[in-house]
Design a protein around this ligand. Structure first.
Ligand code: B1M
Length: 210
């Protein structure tokens, strides 16, 4: 699709308004919000990530791309979260301490909300006490943690260990995700599940809540 190719270029170039316009056009063409997200925005960000890794793009450009992506996501959010579904449970979600990547976490939050979960979004850079405090004060059943850096993903274990020390680990379903993680890591740190993407997070949460 020509427009989708154009969107990948525009995302790469950080063209927020163009991305927003293209999202609206795809919606008019009856694309589902989920397809727009995955096939244009997430796919485009993948290209940005590759060139960032290879030293072709730098932080300022990647920030612009992220900003453009967020513009597109903001249009899709109301469509993804509107739901007549009965409440499925409550999830506290946030990116771990030292880590400011939030696009994937936001996507998981949106899709979970769309599936009928209540979401308490703690944002980025969360120490263990923020997660644990929110789980308790919000009376949530699910903890979701996101990390995009190999240097920050071990912090997930710090949070889980703290819950264990408090004797509260089994009170919650702990889901983890983020590009550098895998199922083996999730298991090793004592999470209930590693979630490869937002759709799998929804599916896993439903299964574990049942
Ligand atoms: Co960063 N960055 N970045 N970055 N950045 C990565 C992660 C990197 C892989 C790029 C690369 O080198 N190829 C690399 C990490 C390398 C490593 O650790 N081995 C990296 C680096 C090095 C850095 C800095 C250190 C760069 C620097 O300053 N020198 C710095 C760190 C800052 C910090 O956090 N302390 C940094 C900064 C940034 C920006 C600020 C410029 C920007 C973030 C903007 C923002 O988020 N608001 C940024 C971006 C955009 C990226 C890439 C390009 C894209 C990430 C993204 O949004 N992807 C990324 C490259 C990549 O990942 N390939 C990269 C789209 C998103 C939808 O996917 O987040 O994977 P993702 O989420 C997925 C799944 O992982 C899953 O569901 C989502 C999809 O459905 N998921 C979960 C995610 N969280 C979940 C939680 C769950 C469940 C599933 O809970 C239940």
């Amino acid at each position: 699709d020509e427009l989708v190719d154009q969107m990948k270029d525009d995302l790469y170039d950080g063209m927020k308004e163009e991305i927003e316009e293209a999202v609206r056009i795809l919606l008019e063409r009856n694309w589902t919000p989920y397809d727009i997200l995955t096939k244009s925005l997430v796919a485009g960000m993948q290209i940005v990530g590759d060139d960032f890794r290879d030293g072709i793009l730098f932080v300022p450009e990647v920030l612009l791309a992220a900003n453009a992506m967020k513009g597109g996501m903001a249009i899709l959010k109301p469509l993804l979260v509107e739901t007549g579904a009965p409440k499925m449970g409550k999830m506290v979600i946030g990116t771990v301490k030292g880590d400011i990547h939030d696009i994937g976490k936001n996507l998981v939050a949106m899709m979970m909300e769309g599936a009928g979960f209540e979401i308490v979004d703690l944002g980025i850079n969360n120490p263990a006490e923020d997660y644990i405090g929110a789980l308790q004060s919000e009376d949530a059943q699910i903890l979701g943690m996101s990390a995009l850096l190999t240097t920050t993903m071990p912090y997930m274990k710090v949070v889980i260990d703290q819950l264990t020390e408090m004797g509260k680990r089994d009170d919650y379903i702990v889901l983890v995700g983020g590009a550098p993680l895998n199922a083996e890591f999730g298991k090793a740190i004592g999470a209930d599940a590693y979630c490869d993407d937002a759709a799998i997070a929804v599916q896993t949460a439903k299964e574990l809540m049942a």
